[in-house]
Design a protein around this ligand. Structure first.
Ligand code: ARG
Length: 464
Protein backbone atom coordinates (compact mmCIF):
# COMPACT_ATOMS: atom_id res chain seq x y z
CA UNK A 1 0.00 0.00 0.00
CA UNK A 2 1.54 3.34 -1.02
CA UNK A 3 1.61 6.24 1.42
CA UNK A 4 -0.59 8.31 -0.84
CA UNK A 5 -3.25 5.67 -0.97
CA UNK A 6 -2.96 5.32 2.78
CA UNK A 7 -3.73 8.98 3.18
CA UNK A 8 -6.78 8.79 1.05
CA UNK A 9 -8.02 5.73 2.82
CA UNK A 10 -8.32 7.86 5.94
CA UNK A 11 -11.02 9.86 4.20
CA UNK A 12 -12.85 6.78 2.98
CA UNK A 13 -14.03 6.30 -0.55
CA UNK A 14 -14.81 9.82 -1.61
CA UNK A 15 -11.32 10.74 -2.79
CA UNK A 16 -10.41 9.02 -6.05
CA UNK A 17 -7.10 10.76 -6.74
CA UNK A 18 -3.96 10.89 -4.68
CA UNK A 19 -3.03 14.40 -3.53
CA UNK A 20 -0.74 16.51 -5.60
CA UNK A 21 2.86 16.46 -4.38
CA UNK A 22 2.62 20.13 -3.54
CA UNK A 23 -0.59 19.54 -1.61
CA UNK A 24 1.18 16.93 0.44
CA UNK A 25 4.05 19.28 1.06
CA UNK A 26 1.97 22.23 2.16
CA UNK A 27 -0.41 20.10 4.16
CA UNK A 28 1.94 17.94 6.19
CA UNK A 29 2.81 18.90 9.73
CA UNK A 30 4.49 15.63 10.68
CA UNK A 31 7.92 17.23 10.25
CA UNK A 32 7.30 19.19 13.43
CA UNK A 33 4.22 17.94 15.26
CA UNK A 34 6.00 14.65 15.99
CA UNK A 35 7.43 16.66 18.86
CA UNK A 36 4.28 16.04 20.84
CA UNK A 37 3.94 12.33 20.21
CA UNK A 38 4.11 11.66 23.96
CA UNK A 39 1.15 13.94 24.52
CA UNK A 40 -0.73 12.43 21.57
CA UNK A 41 -0.30 8.95 22.97
CA UNK A 42 -1.24 10.02 26.50
CA UNK A 43 -4.42 11.61 25.13
CA UNK A 44 -5.30 8.50 23.11
CA UNK A 45 -4.75 6.22 26.08
CA UNK A 46 -7.01 8.32 28.29
CA UNK A 47 -9.61 8.43 25.51
CA UNK A 48 -9.55 4.64 24.96
CA UNK A 49 -9.89 3.95 28.66
CA UNK A 50 -12.87 6.28 28.83
CA UNK A 51 -14.50 4.68 25.77
CA UNK A 52 -14.24 1.34 27.47
CA UNK A 53 -15.59 2.60 30.79
CA UNK A 54 -18.55 4.17 29.01
CA UNK A 55 -19.28 0.91 27.19
CA UNK A 56 -18.45 2.36 23.78
CA UNK A 57 -15.64 -0.09 23.01
CA UNK A 58 -14.94 -3.51 24.50
CA UNK A 59 -12.39 -4.15 27.21
CA UNK A 60 -10.54 -6.35 24.76
CA UNK A 61 -10.23 -3.60 22.15
CA UNK A 62 -9.26 -1.08 24.82
CA UNK A 63 -6.47 -3.34 26.04
CA UNK A 64 -5.20 -3.88 22.50
CA UNK A 65 -5.22 -0.15 21.84
CA UNK A 66 -3.39 0.55 25.06
CA UNK A 67 -0.67 -2.00 24.38
CA UNK A 68 -0.38 -0.95 20.76
CA UNK A 69 0.14 2.65 21.84
CA UNK A 70 2.87 1.52 24.24
CA UNK A 71 4.60 -0.26 21.39
CA UNK A 72 4.41 2.83 19.20
CA UNK A 73 5.69 5.00 22.01
CA UNK A 74 8.73 2.77 22.32
CA UNK A 75 9.28 2.76 18.57
CA UNK A 76 9.24 6.53 18.36
CA UNK A 77 11.47 6.94 21.42
CA UNK A 78 13.95 4.50 19.91
CA UNK A 79 13.94 6.38 16.60
CA UNK A 80 12.50 3.35 14.84
CA UNK A 81 9.22 4.91 13.75
CA UNK A 82 8.77 5.64 10.09
CA UNK A 83 7.07 9.06 9.95
CA UNK A 84 5.21 9.47 6.69
CA UNK A 85 4.40 12.91 5.26
CA UNK A 86 1.59 11.36 3.25
CA UNK A 87 -0.09 10.65 6.57
CA UNK A 88 0.03 14.36 7.24
CA UNK A 89 0.43 14.64 10.96
CA UNK A 90 1.31 12.87 14.18
CA UNK A 91 -2.29 11.88 14.82
CA UNK A 92 -2.72 9.97 11.57
CA UNK A 93 0.79 8.57 11.60
CA UNK A 94 0.16 7.00 14.98
CA UNK A 95 -3.32 5.81 14.11
CA UNK A 96 -2.12 4.21 10.89
CA UNK A 97 0.71 2.48 12.70
CA UNK A 98 -1.69 1.33 15.40
CA UNK A 99 -3.69 -0.42 12.71
CA UNK A 100 -0.55 -2.22 11.56
CA UNK A 101 0.28 -3.23 15.12
CA UNK A 102 -3.12 -4.28 16.50
CA UNK A 103 -5.36 -4.56 13.45
CA UNK A 104 -8.98 -3.63 13.22
CA UNK A 105 -9.43 -2.45 16.83
CA UNK A 106 -7.29 0.59 15.98
CA UNK A 107 -10.17 2.01 13.98
CA UNK A 108 -12.31 2.22 17.13
CA UNK A 109 -9.98 4.63 18.93
CA UNK A 110 -11.18 7.65 16.98
CA UNK A 111 -14.80 7.20 18.16
CA UNK A 112 -16.23 10.35 19.68
CA UNK A 113 -13.20 12.45 18.86
CA UNK A 114 -11.72 14.29 15.90
CA UNK A 115 -8.31 15.56 14.99
CA UNK A 116 -9.60 19.01 15.88
CA UNK A 117 -10.00 18.29 19.57
CA UNK A 118 -7.04 15.93 19.41
CA UNK A 119 -4.60 18.54 18.16
CA UNK A 120 -5.94 21.14 20.59
CA UNK A 121 -5.42 18.62 23.38
CA UNK A 122 -1.94 17.55 22.30
CA UNK A 123 -0.64 21.04 21.83
CA UNK A 124 -2.14 22.18 25.11
CA UNK A 125 -0.60 19.26 27.00
CA UNK A 126 2.70 20.01 25.31
CA UNK A 127 2.58 23.73 26.12
CA UNK A 128 1.56 22.94 29.69
CA UNK A 129 4.64 20.72 30.08
CA UNK A 130 6.88 23.39 28.62
CA UNK A 131 5.36 26.04 30.88
CA UNK A 132 6.08 23.81 33.89
CA UNK A 133 9.68 23.53 32.74
CA UNK A 134 10.01 27.28 32.23
CA UNK A 135 8.58 27.99 35.67
CA UNK A 136 11.19 25.71 37.18
CA UNK A 137 13.95 27.34 35.17
CA UNK A 138 12.88 30.83 36.18
CA UNK A 139 12.91 29.78 39.84
CA UNK A 140 16.43 28.43 39.42
CA UNK A 141 17.55 31.66 37.75
CA UNK A 142 16.02 33.70 40.55
CA UNK A 143 17.89 31.62 43.08
CA UNK A 144 21.28 32.02 41.41
CA UNK A 145 20.68 35.73 41.09
CA UNK A 146 19.54 36.16 44.69
CA UNK A 147 22.68 34.35 45.84
CA UNK A 148 24.84 36.79 43.92
CA UNK A 149 22.78 39.67 45.26
CA UNK A 150 23.46 38.52 48.79
CA UNK A 151 27.18 38.28 48.01
CA UNK A 152 27.23 41.74 46.46
CA UNK A 153 24.72 43.37 48.81
CA UNK A 154 27.17 46.16 49.76
CA UNK A 155 29.08 46.59 46.50
CA UNK A 156 28.42 50.19 45.53
CA UNK A 157 27.83 50.97 41.87
CA UNK A 158 26.27 53.88 40.04
CA UNK A 159 22.54 53.68 39.55
CA UNK A 160 21.54 55.08 36.18
CA UNK A 161 18.71 56.94 34.57
CA UNK A 162 19.10 57.83 30.89
CA UNK A 163 22.29 55.76 31.21
CA UNK A 164 23.71 58.76 33.05
CA UNK A 165 25.05 58.27 36.56
CA UNK A 166 22.15 59.15 38.85
CA UNK A 167 22.63 57.95 42.44
CA UNK A 168 24.77 55.29 44.05
CA UNK A 169 23.07 51.92 44.52
CA UNK A 170 24.42 48.50 45.35
CA UNK A 171 25.08 45.78 42.84
CA UNK A 172 23.00 43.42 44.95
CA UNK A 173 20.07 45.80 44.71
CA UNK A 174 20.48 45.99 40.96
CA UNK A 175 20.46 42.20 40.66
CA UNK A 176 17.38 41.92 42.85
CA UNK A 177 15.53 44.22 40.47
CA UNK A 178 15.78 41.34 37.97
CA UNK A 179 14.64 38.84 40.56
CA UNK A 180 11.47 40.92 40.89
CA UNK A 181 10.97 40.91 37.12
CA UNK A 182 11.42 37.16 36.93
CA UNK A 183 9.01 36.67 39.80
CA UNK A 184 6.40 38.45 37.72
CA UNK A 185 7.37 36.41 34.68
CA UNK A 186 6.91 33.26 36.67
CA UNK A 187 3.51 34.34 37.89
CA UNK A 188 2.47 35.16 34.33
CA UNK A 189 3.30 31.59 33.29
CA UNK A 190 1.53 30.21 36.35
CA UNK A 191 -1.48 32.31 35.55
CA UNK A 192 -1.54 31.23 31.91
CA UNK A 193 -1.24 27.64 33.04
CA UNK A 194 -4.28 27.96 35.30
CA UNK A 195 -6.40 29.40 32.55
CA UNK A 196 -5.34 26.86 29.92
CA UNK A 197 -5.98 23.89 32.16
CA UNK A 198 -9.30 22.71 30.70
CA UNK A 199 -9.52 19.76 28.36
CA UNK A 200 -10.66 20.10 24.76
CA UNK A 201 -10.87 16.31 24.34
CA UNK A 202 -14.33 15.08 23.41
CA UNK A 203 -15.41 18.35 21.80
CA UNK A 204 -14.90 16.18 18.69
CA UNK A 205 -14.90 18.01 15.36
CA UNK A 206 -16.71 21.02 16.82
CA UNK A 207 -20.18 20.10 17.98
CA UNK A 208 -19.62 17.40 20.57
CA UNK A 209 -20.60 13.82 19.89
CA UNK A 210 -23.64 11.55 20.06
CA UNK A 211 -21.62 8.88 21.85
CA UNK A 212 -22.12 8.74 25.62
CA UNK A 213 -18.55 9.81 26.41
CA UNK A 214 -17.33 11.09 29.75
CA UNK A 215 -15.27 14.21 29.19
CA UNK A 216 -14.79 14.70 32.91
CA UNK A 217 -13.05 11.36 33.12
CA UNK A 218 -10.51 12.11 30.39
CA UNK A 219 -9.99 15.63 31.72
CA UNK A 220 -9.16 14.26 35.14
CA UNK A 221 -6.93 11.51 33.79
CA UNK A 222 -4.89 14.10 31.91
CA UNK A 223 -4.47 16.42 34.87
CA UNK A 224 -6.96 19.07 33.79
CA UNK A 225 -9.27 20.96 36.13
CA UNK A 226 -12.19 19.87 33.96
CA UNK A 227 -13.45 19.76 30.37
CA UNK A 228 -13.71 22.95 28.29
CA UNK A 229 -17.34 24.04 28.54
CA UNK A 230 -18.08 24.89 24.92
CA UNK A 231 -17.19 22.46 22.15
CA UNK A 232 -16.77 25.18 19.54
CA UNK A 233 -14.42 27.17 21.73
CA UNK A 234 -12.58 24.00 22.71
CA UNK A 235 -11.38 23.32 19.16
CA UNK A 236 -11.01 26.96 18.09
CA UNK A 237 -9.06 28.24 21.07
CA UNK A 238 -5.35 28.97 20.85
CA UNK A 239 -5.27 31.53 23.68
CA UNK A 240 -2.99 29.17 25.56
CA UNK A 241 -0.39 29.57 22.83
CA UNK A 242 -0.74 33.33 22.68
CA UNK A 243 -0.64 33.76 26.45
CA UNK A 244 2.37 31.51 26.79
CA UNK A 245 4.22 33.36 24.05
CA UNK A 246 3.25 36.70 25.56
CA UNK A 247 4.70 35.59 28.89
CA UNK A 248 7.73 34.22 27.03
CA UNK A 249 8.21 37.52 25.20
CA UNK A 250 8.17 39.55 28.39
CA UNK A 251 10.60 37.13 30.02
CA UNK A 252 12.87 37.36 26.98
CA UNK A 253 12.72 41.14 27.16
CA UNK A 254 13.82 41.07 30.79
CA UNK A 255 16.66 38.72 29.94
CA UNK A 256 17.72 40.96 27.10
CA UNK A 257 17.86 44.01 29.36
CA UNK A 258 20.21 42.29 31.75
CA UNK A 259 22.18 40.85 28.84
CA UNK A 260 22.65 44.35 27.49
CA UNK A 261 23.82 45.57 30.89
CA UNK A 262 26.31 42.73 31.03
CA UNK A 263 27.62 43.74 27.63
CA UNK A 264 28.05 47.31 28.86
CA UNK A 265 29.49 46.37 32.24
CA UNK A 266 32.07 44.07 30.72
CA UNK A 267 33.51 46.70 28.35
CA UNK A 268 36.95 48.04 29.22
CA UNK A 269 35.36 51.46 29.63
CA UNK A 270 33.05 50.25 32.39
CA UNK A 271 34.88 47.21 33.76
CA UNK A 272 32.23 46.58 36.40
CA UNK A 273 32.22 42.84 35.92
CA UNK A 274 34.32 40.06 34.60
CA UNK A 275 32.47 37.40 32.67
CA UNK A 276 33.82 33.90 32.74
CA UNK A 277 35.65 32.32 29.83
CA UNK A 278 32.87 29.79 29.73
CA UNK A 279 30.45 32.37 28.37
CA UNK A 280 32.82 34.51 26.31
CA UNK A 281 34.56 34.01 23.00
CA UNK A 282 37.80 35.28 21.56
CA UNK A 283 38.38 37.00 18.26
CA UNK A 284 40.06 35.27 15.35
CA UNK A 285 42.08 38.38 14.57
CA UNK A 286 42.32 40.46 17.76
CA UNK A 287 44.03 38.40 20.43
CA UNK A 288 43.12 40.80 23.24
CA UNK A 289 39.36 40.41 22.71
CA UNK A 290 36.88 38.72 25.01
CA UNK A 291 33.48 39.01 23.53
CA UNK A 292 30.30 38.55 25.57
CA UNK A 293 28.66 36.49 22.83
CA UNK A 294 26.25 34.63 25.08
CA UNK A 295 24.93 37.91 26.45
CA UNK A 296 24.60 39.34 22.97
CA UNK A 297 22.70 36.29 21.79
CA UNK A 298 20.33 36.52 24.74
CA UNK A 299 19.88 40.17 23.84
CA UNK A 300 19.03 39.11 20.28
CA UNK A 301 16.62 36.25 21.09
CA UNK A 302 13.53 38.42 21.67
CA UNK A 303 13.56 38.98 17.91
CA UNK A 304 12.39 35.46 17.23
CA UNK A 305 10.40 35.03 20.45
CA UNK A 306 8.33 38.17 19.94
CA UNK A 307 8.19 37.18 16.28
CA UNK A 308 6.46 33.94 17.28
CA UNK A 309 3.94 35.84 19.39
CA UNK A 310 3.25 38.19 16.51
CA UNK A 311 2.92 35.23 14.14
CA UNK A 312 0.33 33.35 16.20
CA UNK A 313 -1.67 36.51 16.82
CA UNK A 314 -1.78 37.23 13.11
CA UNK A 315 -2.72 33.62 12.32
CA UNK A 316 -5.61 33.70 14.79
CA UNK A 317 -6.86 37.16 13.99
CA UNK A 318 -10.11 37.13 12.04
CA UNK A 319 -10.41 33.32 11.90
CA UNK A 320 -14.08 32.36 11.94
CA UNK A 321 -15.27 29.64 14.30
CA UNK A 322 -14.07 26.96 14.62
CA UNK A 323 -10.99 25.09 13.41
CA UNK A 324 -9.31 26.12 10.18
CA UNK A 325 -6.11 24.74 8.76
CA UNK A 326 -4.46 28.11 9.29
CA UNK A 327 -4.17 26.94 12.87
CA UNK A 328 -1.58 24.35 11.90
CA UNK A 329 0.72 27.39 11.67
CA UNK A 330 0.57 27.66 15.46
CA UNK A 331 3.38 25.20 16.07
CA UNK A 332 6.78 25.71 14.46
CA UNK A 333 7.48 29.21 15.66
CA UNK A 334 6.11 28.37 19.09
CA UNK A 335 8.52 25.46 19.39
CA UNK A 336 11.33 27.69 18.27
CA UNK A 337 10.40 30.44 20.73
CA UNK A 338 10.13 28.09 23.69
CA UNK A 339 13.38 26.32 22.80
CA UNK A 340 15.18 29.63 22.61
CA UNK A 341 13.70 30.96 25.81
CA UNK A 342 14.73 27.78 27.57
CA UNK A 343 18.24 28.19 26.21
CA UNK A 344 18.39 31.86 27.17
CA UNK A 345 17.27 31.15 30.73
CA UNK A 346 19.87 28.43 31.11
CA UNK A 347 22.68 30.54 29.65
CA UNK A 348 21.75 33.55 31.75
CA UNK A 349 21.81 31.39 34.87
CA UNK A 350 25.27 30.15 34.00
CA UNK A 351 26.54 33.64 33.25
CA UNK A 352 25.26 35.09 36.49
CA UNK A 353 26.67 32.22 38.46
CA UNK A 354 30.09 32.88 36.92
CA UNK A 355 30.13 36.64 37.10
CA UNK A 356 32.74 38.47 39.20
CA UNK A 357 31.98 42.02 40.29
CA UNK A 358 34.96 44.40 40.24
CA UNK A 359 34.29 46.35 43.40
CA UNK A 360 36.80 49.19 43.08
CA UNK A 361 35.81 50.07 39.54
CA UNK A 362 32.13 50.05 40.40
CA UNK A 363 32.67 52.19 43.44
CA UNK A 364 34.86 54.72 41.63
CA UNK A 365 32.23 55.04 38.93
CA UNK A 366 29.56 55.44 41.59
CA UNK A 367 31.34 58.52 42.88
CA UNK A 368 31.50 60.13 39.45
CA UNK A 369 28.85 62.31 37.87
CA UNK A 370 28.03 64.13 41.13
CA UNK A 371 26.06 61.08 42.15
CA UNK A 372 25.62 62.23 45.75
CA UNK A 373 24.15 65.62 44.82
CA UNK A 374 20.75 64.42 46.04
CA UNK A 375 22.32 63.54 49.38
CA UNK A 376 23.58 67.09 49.66
CA UNK A 377 20.12 68.47 48.89
CA UNK A 378 18.50 66.06 51.36
CA UNK A 379 20.98 67.21 54.05
CA UNK A 380 19.96 70.84 53.51
CA UNK A 381 16.32 69.84 53.88
CA UNK A 382 16.93 67.73 56.98
CA UNK A 383 19.44 69.89 58.83
CA UNK A 384 18.72 73.40 57.55
CA UNK A 385 14.99 72.81 57.21
CA UNK A 386 15.02 74.13 53.65
CA UNK A 387 12.15 73.39 51.26
CA UNK A 388 13.39 70.68 48.87
CA UNK A 389 13.06 72.95 45.83
CA UNK A 390 15.42 75.50 47.42
CA UNK A 391 17.83 72.77 48.45
CA UNK A 392 17.80 71.50 44.87
CA UNK A 393 18.79 74.98 43.72
CA UNK A 394 21.63 75.28 46.27
CA UNK A 395 22.94 71.88 45.25
CA UNK A 396 22.79 72.77 41.59
CA UNK A 397 24.98 75.81 42.24
CA UNK A 398 27.50 73.74 44.20
CA UNK A 399 27.61 71.12 41.44
CA UNK A 400 28.27 73.92 38.95
CA UNK A 401 31.32 75.02 40.97
CA UNK A 402 32.62 71.46 41.15
CA UNK A 403 32.05 70.97 37.46
CA UNK A 404 33.94 74.14 36.61
CA UNK A 405 36.88 73.03 38.77
CA UNK A 406 36.67 69.48 37.46
CA UNK A 407 36.29 68.07 40.97
CA UNK A 408 33.85 65.72 42.69
CA UNK A 409 31.49 67.47 45.16
CA UNK A 410 33.26 65.92 48.14
CA UNK A 411 36.56 67.35 46.85
CA UNK A 412 35.30 70.93 47.26
CA UNK A 413 36.25 72.77 50.45
CA UNK A 414 33.67 73.77 52.99
CA UNK A 415 34.40 77.40 52.22
CA UNK A 416 33.62 76.83 48.56
CA UNK A 417 30.27 75.31 49.45
CA UNK A 418 29.54 78.09 51.88
CA UNK A 419 29.81 80.65 49.10
CA UNK A 420 26.49 79.17 47.94
CA UNK A 421 24.90 78.45 51.30
CA UNK A 422 26.71 79.81 54.39
CA UNK A 423 24.83 77.58 56.83
CA UNK A 424 26.42 74.39 55.45
CA UNK A 425 28.75 72.80 58.05
CA UNK A 426 31.45 70.19 57.66
CA UNK A 427 28.91 67.57 58.68
CA UNK A 428 28.05 67.66 55.01
CA UNK A 429 31.06 65.51 54.19
CA UNK A 430 29.45 62.60 56.03
CA UNK A 431 26.69 62.34 53.46
CA UNK A 432 28.80 62.91 50.37
CA UNK A 433 30.50 59.52 50.32
CA UNK A 434 28.87 56.86 48.18
CA UNK A 435 29.02 54.41 51.06
CA UNK A 436 27.04 56.69 53.34
CA UNK A 437 24.71 57.54 50.52
CA UNK A 438 23.60 53.93 50.00
CA UNK A 439 23.51 53.27 53.72
CA UNK A 440 21.04 56.10 54.16
CA UNK A 441 18.57 54.70 51.61
CA UNK A 442 16.61 52.73 54.17
CA UNK A 443 13.09 53.46 52.95
CA UNK A 444 11.11 50.33 52.03
CA UNK A 445 12.55 48.89 48.82
CA UNK A 446 15.61 51.16 49.06
CA UNK A 447 19.21 50.27 48.28
CA UNK A 448 20.69 50.27 51.81
CA UNK A 449 22.98 47.20 52.00
CA UNK A 450 21.26 45.82 55.10
CA UNK A 451 17.91 45.88 53.28
CA UNK A 452 19.43 44.33 50.18
CA UNK A 453 20.92 41.53 52.21
CA UNK A 454 17.60 40.86 53.95
CA UNK A 455 15.72 40.97 50.71
CA UNK A 456 18.15 38.53 49.04
CA UNK A 457 17.83 36.19 52.00
CA UNK A 458 14.05 36.42 51.91
CA UNK A 459 14.10 35.43 48.23
CA UNK A 460 16.44 32.54 48.91
CA UNK A 461 14.18 31.29 51.68
CA UNK A 462 11.08 31.66 49.50
CA UNK A 463 12.73 29.80 46.60
CA UNK A 464 13.83 26.85 48.72
N1 ARG B 1 -2.29 18.73 11.68
C1 ARG B 1 -3.45 19.46 12.05
C2 ARG B 1 -3.05 20.71 12.81
O1 ARG B 1 -1.96 20.77 13.23
C3 ARG B 1 -4.34 18.63 12.91
C4 ARG B 1 -5.80 19.00 12.85
C5 ARG B 1 -6.34 18.72 11.53
N2 ARG B 1 -7.75 18.85 11.49
C6 ARG B 1 -8.38 18.96 10.37
N3 ARG B 1 -9.66 19.09 10.42
N4 ARG B 1 -7.75 18.95 9.23
O2 ARG B 1 -3.81 21.64 12.97
Amino acid sequence: MSDKKAANQMWGGRFADAPDALMEKINASIGYDQRFYTQDIAGSKAHAKMLEKCGIITADDAAKIDQGLDTISREIAAGEFDFKPALEDIHMNIEARLKEVIGEAAGRLHTGRSRNDQVALDFKLYIRDRVDGLIEQISALMEVTAKKAELYADYVMPGFTHLQVAQPVTFGHHLLAYVEMWARDKSRFEDARKRMNVSPLGAAALAGTSFPIDRHMTAEALGFDGPAANSLDAVADRDFVMETLAAASITAIHLSRLAEEMVIWSTSQFSFIKMSDRFSTGSSIMPQKRNPDAAELIRGKPGRIIGALTAIMIVMKGLPMTYAKDMQEDKEMTFDALDNLELSLAAMGGMIDDITALRDNMEAAAASGFSTATDLADWCVRVLNMPFRDAHHVTGSIVAIAEKKDLRIDELTLAEMQTVEPRITDEIFDVLSVQNSVKSRTSFGGTAPELVKKSAQAWLAALK
